[in-house]
Design a binder for this molecule. Sequence first.
Ligand code: AMP
Length: 179
Amino acid sequence: MIRSVCIFCGAKPGLAPTYAELARTSGRAIARRGWRIVYGGGSVGLMGEVAAAALEAGGEVVGIIPAILMRREVGKRDVSRLEVVADMATRKERMIEISDAFIALPGGLGTLDELFEVLTLRQIGFHHKPVGLLNHDGYFEGLLAMCAGFVAEGFVRPGDLDHLMVEPEIESLLARLAG
Ligand code: AMP
């Protein structure tokens, strides 16, 4: 049963205003389900939008941020709980530990780092938690094609990617995560 979902997404807003809209819709949808959001603790970019929208909708939001990023990502102090941790590795570890599922929204290198961390940890059996990718307007199409290539070339077992849930809309993704 899912009670906490971890969101990975851009610390930047992206160019099109639709990305912020997507982040807000996602935050609200998760709050409406009564699921707690775990995220990187910042108030900038899509991260900040997800958190603010979930809080406005009455949801619970836990931010986990390394002390060194408190200033750069403007640590969001009005979340339900803000954990300031020692470093980036501890942040990822803690986010993974206290979440029951993971969702990646559009983002950049940090988002991919976090997504692949949970995928590789699942690949080696460290956890069996569901992982979802919100492929809004085909944002991750290139990445998915690349991953299919890795499978075709024998570097990734098909089973290690089959469980990645890819959906274009947040509602269908949440429904699949909920099982
Ligand atoms: P980005 O997708 O690059 O905007 O980053 C989104 C989130 O990933 C932010 O919370 C960043 O702090 C985090 N992040 C950025 N770089 C890294 C990294 N090298 N390792 C882990 N997380 C990162």
